[in-house]
Write a protein that binds this ligand. Structure first.
Ligand code: PEP
Ligand code: MN
Length: 339
């Protein structure tokens, strides 16, 4: 059961509702986000919700059987949108395209990428400055100094910055320079990091763990939400399977599943999902038809020279073509798929 409380409720009234629930066999956990206050009630399976719904201070009440209640569509039927200060919006009506290099390498690269994105009316640039690498000897990112020029060029051109945060201590130094914190697959179940991002006032793009189930993925999103941050994007990025022909197995099934079970926006990362440049565009287009609200794609002016993930990176010519086809596919989806 999930209860939405009236705004600016006194502490006494809150306590009395929690007490009332307790006497009826429920453990209620209070969640305060920037938007609202909720009581997450666990305990009895059956209850007459009309009784609790009529308690003073209760705004709305829902039966939510899903374990991850706040991210569940069982209480919030409408799709969640993410709004930025300047009215940029992540919503169901428009496909959000996030493009940029796997790693930020130097200022020249950022300038050229920003120029490309502007020409193509792309509003979000990705770029790692803290890089989780399989080998400790690989390039591990430019750190905050790289983020500063990455952010300056993006902001001067009205582009939002998406960058991965790998640990709690990086949140504060990154905060002023990013618009969306990315949580990578390796940190998808780093609950301390998720807790702290829940307290931060910036959207979080949460990737699915490479060996994580969809329930675990939703639980990770629930950690962020229950700490106060409702602005979460779920991003499918491929999972580990027995198949070795490509880097990961892109779980396209996850897209309609997540859209069905959760009200949060769902993105697809076909670059990591398949890991092979020529397959990125078809998997991106398939993701849109499967219902994705956005795509995250790695691009580079010269992929063979990229410091990381060059094999799955599109050059600007391929990226331009992908953007056009993605937009056409989105139009097609709007015509064909009645939601
Ligand atoms: C990335 O986006 O560059 C990245 C490291 O992704 P993932 O965490 O999905 O591997
Ligand atoms: Mn990468």
């Amino acid at each position: 059961m999930l209860i939405q409380l009236e705004e600016s409720l006194s502490a006494e009234l809150q306590d009395s509702i929690i007490e009332e629930l307790k006497t009826h066999g429920y453990k209620a956990s209070l969640v305060e986000t920037r938007q609202a206050q909720y009581l997450i009630c666990n305990g009895k399976k059956e209850a007459d919700i009309r009784y609790f719904g009529n308690l003073p201070g209760v705004k709305d009440i829902h039966i939510v059987e899903d374990a991850n209640k706040l991210v569940s569509r069982q209480w919030k039927v409408q799709d969640s949108e993410i709004r930025f200060d300047d009215e940029t919006l992540i919503s169901r009506d428009d496909l959000t395209i996030v493009m940029g290099p796997c790693s930020v390498e130097d200022e020249e690269q950022v300038i050229k990428t920003v120029e490309f994105l502007k020409e193509n009316n792309i509003k979000f640039m990705r770029g790692g400055i803290f890089k989780p690498r399989s080998s400790p000897y690989s390039f591990r990112g430019l750190g905050i100094e790289g983020l500063k020029f990455f952010s300056a060029h993006c902001r001067a051109n009205g582009i939002k910055v998406v960058s991965e945060v790998m640990q709690v201590s990086q949140i504060e130094p990154m905060y002023d320079y990013v618009d969306v914190f990315q949580v990578g697959t390796r940190n998808s179940q780093n609950y301390n990091l998720l807790d702290e991002l829940g307290k931060a006032d910036k959207p979080v793009l949460l990737k699915r763990g490479m060996s994580g189930t969809l329930q675990e993925f939703l639980a990770s999103a629930e950690y962020i939400f229950s700490n106060g941050n409702e602005n979460i994007i779920l991003c499918e990025r491929g999972i580990r399977t027995f198949e070795k022909a490509y880097r990961n197995t892109m779980d396209l099934n996850a897209i309609p599943f997540l859209r069905d079970k959760s009200h949060l926006p769902v993105f697809s990362d076909p670059s990591h999902g398949v890991g092979i440049r020529n397959y990125v565009e078809p998997i991106a287009l398939a993701s849109v038809m499967a219902g994705a609200d956005g795509v995250l794609i790695e691009i580079h002016e010269c992929p063979p020279k990229a410091f990381s993930d060059g094999d799955q990176t599109l050059d600007f010519y391929q990226a331009r073509r992908a953007i056009q086809r993605l937009r056409e596919t989105m139009e097609l989806r709007k015509k064909l798929v009645v939601e």
